[in-house]
Design a protein around this ligand. Structure first.
Ligand SMILES: Nc1ncnc2c1ncn2[C@@H]1O[C@H](COP(=O)(O)OP(=O)(O)O)[C@@H](O)[C@H]1O
Ligand SMILES: [Mg+2]
Length: 291
């Protein structure tokens, strides 16, 4: 048994760690661990430099299939670095990163990434932008057109297939980016502040769509945000990181209903205290944190 990390014990049961520790090979599909960091650290060594300081250290956590976990922490604490290691863009300096049952040593199939910038190609129509990953993966034309249409419909962009990115609002462009991400039919999504450039109301509408899709399709997601209310509204659990060198200082289970309906969850009485707890952990409002 390799995965009896305290993370499971805290979140699943106060006592029975052996019953809740499910390794990547577990036959219990719904409980399979999909993302796992074991003792991961990362240092960026400059040329000829030995002993570069760690940006993140001792990262140990796991995420099960179908879970949505948010990652919060002060700017520069290494959240994006962590995500980049999960998706294989950066290698870990020490420790092991496992995604979808395999050790991450480069880009992993069935994993998709979504960023704050929509990164749509301005010379391609929305439909063609959504098809791009499938084109690279050599999906036949008829199939990729059909999948793109389906995803655009799901993301409320039906009718905008032939538009170009500049013709769309910021929220619609981010929807198109979401459609492009989903078109690859990923099992695992890494989302790096995907909504942080949007206005508050557009953001809530997109959160609603994302939460619905993640829930209905049982996707596993690791979601970086600096919006504490967003973290509570969307997640099953929240990992809180310290400032650099970033490490996980607290893990909070969001024991509230409506994970598929963040608008409803926002209204619950239990939401405010959880946001308050996150503020405390991040020292929001403390004098020395006001930089
Ligand atoms: N490719 C890189 N080379 C050197 N340093 C990097 C690289 N990527 C990130 N860093 C450093 O790692 C630290 C954490 O960055 P990042 O992961 O982007 O933080 P966050 O997303 O939490 O704001 C920063 O100090 C940044 O300069
Ligand atoms: Mg970042």
């Amino acid at each position: 048994m390799t995965s009896t990390s305290p993370v499971y014990v805290v979140n699943e049961s106060a006592s029975g760690e052996s019953t809740v520790a499910a390794g990547p090979d577990s036959s219990n599909h719904s409980k399979r661990v999909e993302i796992e960091f074991r003792g991961v650290s990362k240092a960026f060594a400059q040329k000829g430099q030995k002993d570069a300081p760690a940006v993140v250290k001792d990262l140990t956590f796991s995420i099960r299939k179908g879970e949505v976990v948010s990652l919060i922490g002060p700017s520069g604490c290494g959240k994006s670095t962590l995500l980049n290691m999960g998706s294989g863009l950066y290698s870990a300096t020490t420790g092991t990163v496992m995604v979808a049952g395999q050790e991450v040593k480069g880009p992993v199939k069935r994993v998709a990434f979504m960023l704050q910038k929509d990164l749509l190609m301005p010379w391609r129509t929305i439909q063609k932008n959504v098809e791009v990953g499938m084109e690279i993966a050599r999906v036949p034309k008829a199939e990729r057109q059909a999948v793109a249409q389906e995803m655009l419909h799901k993301c409320h962009l039906a009718g905008f297939e032939k538009h170009y990115p500049f013709q769309l609002s910021g929220g619609m462009r981010q929807r198109a980016a979401l459609a492009r991400t989903l078109a690859m039919k990923p099992d695992v999504l890494f989302l790096d502040e995907p909504f942080s450039a949007l206005d508050a109301q557009t953001k809530m509408v997109l959160q609603q769509d994302l939460a619905n899709t993640l829930y209905n399709e049982q996707k596993t997601a690791l979601f970086i945000t600096h919006d504490l209310a967003e973290a509570v509204a969307l997640s099953d659990r929240i990992l809180v990181m310290s400032s650099r060198p970033g490490t996980i200082i607290e893990e909070i289970t969001v024991d509230l209903p409506h994970r598929n309906n963040p608008l409803e969850r926002r209204k619950l009485a239990g939401t405010g205290p959880l946001i308050g707890r996150l503020m405390e952990l991040l020292h929001v409002g403390d004098e020395d944190a006001m930089h």
